[in-house]
Design a protein around this ligand. Structure first.
Ligand SMILES: Cc1ncc(C[n+]2csc(CCOP(=O)(O)OP(=O)(O)O)c2C)c(N)n1
Ligand SMILES: [Mg+2]
Length: 1001
């Protein structure tokens, strides 16, 4: 029989012959007799603990229950296998009483958990307990069953209580959830005054069902819904349980605290109201509807010093950002209003700037205890949540710089939107960083401003999960859903969150359930798409007004006090406008570089620093790089490599890529520059060329040669990252923002994968210096080169990086020798200037004999933006063609020239090692030198629509003489980066090299 038929008539649950009423009567009689039996057991039970507690109980509960009048069809299990179906019918009834057959409706018209009367009943009279004296074994099982039911119910409240918690200020919460209904466990109202084993629930190991339910509902079903039972670790789970159950999930507030909460709410609301009237029609992404965010953040700021915190690094999107800047970071109203006026005074001389709700800001603030805390809001783009890993990286760098091993002194705070938190993949990636040794920040406080909408899209279209925060469960952390219209509950949650982070060093999430008073921005009409929701929101009194009323009722303040608070705030706002109107207002943030950036310069220096390292020093460093402790069981295949590395410099052996990198890092480390390298499989190196870590073959102990160079060296860190591009690159970028003195390197597995991090590149790395005046010395290593490995292992998309080049935004480098790589890494750190360095690194050149460098090349010279052809320098007038190229293809051209020309000196092979900043002076010198050359070829491996061609074409053309012609030698334009066929690859490669030398007259 189908469920629909079953629902149509309760009779169908029993015999098909039994009419509904008869069925129910039979059921009720059975239920009664079952309960009576149990009571008999109770009376005869031996003297148990719980029986003693029930000593006062004078009469069996069933008899007393007679007063209530009707017999509830309890316990449900009397329906045997049909109990679940009956429960479903009941659920339907709860949702709509008319949806079930009237005979069912009669039965269900009993008080239920969805019925306010039912709650009142639970909370009212307390009955004495019956005495338990003896029991026989059959009945003991029944008794055990009931107690087990109570314990199951307790567990259900702990794990599912949030399903009926009143977290939604718009009243959208469910009031019924089957597992939270005592009936689900076979309990009826007649059981409420019976004693039950309550396990570890506060209030005693035995409590009446009524008390158990009261406590559970108070803890789990008021303004805060807590999700924590998904946490596998018993200690963490027990901590949360005890923390919330012992106080029934609420905090007692004294008058000063309550007034502070009210003042923060008022400041939040009045700030928006003022902006609304003063700067009518301007976008501000108002906080209204989620004003509790301000007391929430204020609590974090106030509490942080008591946990030893000296700095908060905050990341947030548009919503409420101006409000947070003003009311939390203390950015002056004058500054904010000046930006609204768009006065030319606030234009920065160093770039094109950004809209006001994306800018960063930082300031010291003194909290009420007198302690000082530094607050910094990280600048971010419109791309939601992209700033999250950046904040984590910044925090980590600050923690490392200040020796904050436990992550107590600097705390990251991330404020998210509900739609973005559930929709953006970078959230999962960022959460995934949280417990990794190279990326942990000791826990992030996540706050989701859950206004139940994203632009015009409501939750049902925005996610497949129950809560917008569900993704966070994957890292086993507690999640607090809290009603934004109950600011005391909000503050309570954030206090617990801070304690949890402090105790366990892990993330925690607060889901601030609220609403958005206006449209997405102030010009948007939300009723186009959510007319009913917005009709309701229009009726909604602000949280400030509601809280004011509550405090007046509690005699914490009177109407006059409330008005005074409002007047004071309005006066401050009006005064700020007067100030900016009365004369030019200077922006608050100084332009000079501060903190770790003190002493750096914003403009690229003309001269390169000294990057050569003496042979003696190189030799000493090489000695340590190749050293392996005697007791260490090295992999046999690495023995020769390490020996070679150790002796390479001293013996004048060729230096390969891996060794040049180790020497660059090693020389920086011994000079006091820390090095941090992270990327997928970067410690060994995807191509087995690095071996930054050695693993003992018997113990798996790790040994980092670069961290064992000398007693006084700087820190060397190398991490294999999680398999993410966006979050890890964002993290390393963030790290570089806060620590310009560390060589911070992110390496892609293959350069092709870098586009998974495109937002970080476009929105931060290449443009932050002009949008937000933020410099970065991040190095990106992107394996690149056409080796016939197919479309996804060939190109790191040089063209995309070149497209973003302007205003010295990036340095684009494609080295052809280990020595060049050595010098450019050192150059990056040895000048008082920072700009992201993108290095297209080779694969086949890593071990190519022709591409190795002599140790002297590291001990002399410097990085060359362009490498001249030594072969042609003596007789430049003989050169008929200049072939310009970049990267690995140089060696193909070199071989071909030697094969094909009796007189190779007629073709100059010139390598462009740095494509940006464009080495115009060097190029002009080359063109000048080879004045007899009639053709200039640009040769590249990439298709014509990719690689550097379109970038270099105009720049080369501009340098040519009238008698010179520019020729392209490379693959034809292609929608895909490379062919999948090795044979086709080889044919194409041979053709483009041939083309470079074709028709030389
Ligand atoms: C990655 C990205 N995609 C799209 C947008 C456009 N956009 C701006 S705000 C917004 C809605 C965000 O909703 P939510 O995260 O809930 O924040 P709220 O605005 O409700 O505070 C969208 C889609 C964006 N800024 N970033
Ligand atoms: Mg939203």
């Amino acid at each position: 029989m189908g469920l629909a038929a079953a629902i149509a008539s309760p009779a169908s649950q029993g015999s098909s012959e039994t009419p509904p009423d008869a069925f129910l009567t039979t059921f009720c009689l059975e239920a009664q007799s079952l309960l009576a039996d149990w009571r008999g057991v109770a009376r005869n039970a031996p003297s148990l603990d719980l029986a003693q507690r029930a000593e006062e109980s004078s009469e069996p509960k069933m008899a007393r229950k007679g007063n209530i009048g009707r017999v509830r069809p309890e316990p449900l299990r009397a329906f045997g296998v049909n109990a679940g179906i009956v429960e479903e019918i009941r659920e339907r009834y709860e949702a709509d009483p008319n949806s079930v057959d009237s005979s069912w409706a009669v039965q269900f018209r009993e008080p239920s958990t969805a019925d306010p009367q039912f709650h009142a009943e639970v909370e009212s009279a307390s009955d004495p307990h019956p005495e338990l004296e003896q029991m026989n074994s059959a009945l003991a099982n029944q008794l055990a069953d009931r107690h087990a039911g109570a314990l199951r119910m307790i567990h259900a409240y702990r794990s599912r209580g949030h399903r009926i918690a009143c977290t939604d200020p718009l009243g959208g919460n469910s009031t019924y959830f089957p597992e939270l209904d005592p009936a689900h466990y076979g309990f009826g109202t007649q059981d409420y005054d019976q004693p039950f084993i309550a396990g570890d629930l506060p209030g005693g190991s035995v409590q009446t069902l009524r008390e158990i339910l009261r406590r559970l509902r108070a803890t789990y079903c008021r303004s805060v819904g807590v999700e924590f039972t998904h946490i596998q670790d018993l200690g963490r789970k027990a901590w949360v349980r005890q923390r919330i159950e012992n106080c029934e999930n609420s905090t007692e507030y004294d008058t000063p605290l309550r007034l502070r909460i009210l003042e923060k709410l008022a400041a939040a609301e009045l700030f928006e109201r003022f902006l609304h009237t003063r700067f009518l029609g301007q976008k501000r992404f108002s906080i209204e509807g989620s004003e509790s965010l301000i007391p929430l953040l204020d609590t974090i700021v106030e509490a942080a010093p008591s946990f030893g915190c000296r700095e908060l690094v905050i990341g947030m999107a548009h919503r409420g950002r101006l409000n947070v800047l003003s009311n939390i970071l203390g950015k002056s109203l004058e500054s904010i209003f000046t930006e609204f006026e768009d006065s030319p005074l606030v234009e920065n001389p160093f770039g094109s700037g950004d809209v006001k709700y994306h800018k960063g800001f930082s300031k010291d603030r003194r909290v009420s205890t007198g302690e000082q805390i530094h607050l910094s809001l990280t600048a971010n783009p419109s791309h939601l949540e992209a700033v999250d890993p950046v904040v984590e990286g910044r925090t980590r760098a600050k923690q490392v710089r200040s020796g904050d091993i436990r992550g107590e002194m600097v705390i990251p705070v991330l404020i998210h939107g509900d739609a973005a938190f559930s929709g953006q993949g970078i959230i999962a990636e960022t959460l995934n960083l949280s417990n990794l040794s190279g990326y942990s920040t000791g826990g992030t406080i996540h706050i989701v401003v859950d206004n139940q909408i994203g632009f015009t899209t409501t939750a049902s279209d925005a996610r497949s999960t129950l809560y917008c925060t569900d993704v966070a469960k994957m890292i086993q952390i507690p999640i607090f859903h809290v009603n934004g219209d109950d600011p005391e509950a909000v503050v309570h949650c954030v206090k617990i969150a801070m304690e949890y982070r402090n105790r366990f060093g892990e993330d925690v999430v607060i889901d601030l359930v609220c609403y958005r008073r206006h449209g997405h921005n102030e010009g948007d009409e939300p009723s186009f798409t959510q007319p009913l929701l917005y009709a309701k929101i229009r009726q909604q009194e602000s949280v400030r007004k509601k809280y004011t009323k509550k405090l007046i009722q509690l005699n914490v303040l009177d109407i006059e006090d409330a008005r005074r608070i409002e007047d004071d705030l309005n006066n401050q706002l009006a005064h700020a406008v007067e100030v900016i109107e009365s004369g030019p207002y200077q922006p608050e943030e100084p332009e000079e570089l501060r903190g770790p950036w003190t002493g750096y310069q914003r403009v690229s220096p003309d001269e390169d620093p000294e990057t050569a390292v003496s042979m003696e020093q190189l030799s000493q460093i090489a000695e340590r790089i190749g050293f392996v402790p005697t007791e260490f069981n090295l992999h046999r295949k690495l023995v020769t490599l390490m020996e070679r590395r150790q002796k390479s410099v001293a013996d004048g052996e060729p230096i390969d890529w891996g060794m040049a990198e180790a020497l660059a890092m090693g020389s920086l480390l011994v000079d006091g520059t820390p090095v941090r390298l992270s990327g997928q499989d970067s410690r060994r190196g995807t191509f087995s060329h690095r071996h930054a870590v050695l693993v003992d073959q018997l113990t798996e102990e790790e040994y980092f040669p670069l961290d064992n160079l000398s007693d006084h060296q700087a820190r060397f860190e190398a991490y294999d990252s999680l398999l993410s591009e966006a979050a890890v690159l964002g993290f390393e970028y963030g790290y570089s923002l806060s620590d310009p003195s560390t060589l911070t390197i992110w390496e892609a597995q293959f350069g092709d994968f870098v586009n998974g991090a495109q937002v970080i590149i476009d929105q931060f790395i290449s443009s932050a210096h002009v949008k937000w005046q933020r410099m970065s010395g991040l190095v990106m290593l992107l394996p690149h080169g056409y080796e016939g490995q197919g479309p996804e292992h060939s190109s790191a998309r040089i063209e995309r990086f070149l497209q973003s080049c302007a205003d010295d935004s990036l340095q684009i480098v494609n080295c052809t020798t280990p020595a060049q790589y050595f010098h450019v890494l050192r150059r990056q750190m040895r000048r008082p200037y920072r700009s992201p360095l993108i290095i297209f690194t080779p694969k086949s050149l890593l071990r190519k004999a022709a591409a190795m460098s002599r140790p002297e090349e590291l001990a002399s010279g410097h990085f060359q933006s362009m490498i001249e052809d030594a072969l042609c320098l003596e007789q430049p007038e003989r050169v008929k063609r200049i072939v310009l190229c970049s990267g690995k293809v140089y060696y193909d051209l070199l071989e071909q020239r030697e094969r094909c020309f009796d007189d190779p000196g007629i073709v100059a092979l010139v390598r462009l090692e740095q494509i940006y900043p464009w080495p115009q002076v060097d190029l002009a010198a080359v063109i000048e030198r080879y004045g007899n050359a009639t053709t200039v070829v640009w040769c590249q491996e990439e298709p014509a629509n990719m690689g550097a061609w379109t970038f270099v074409r105009d720049r080369l053309q501009a340098e040519l003489r009238p008698n010179q012609r520019l020729i392209y030698a490379g693959r034809r334009a292609n929608a895909s980066t490379a062919t999948g066929s090795m044979r086709v690859h080889q044919t194409e490669q041979a053709a483009l090299v041939d083309h470079a030398f074709a028709k030389i007259s």
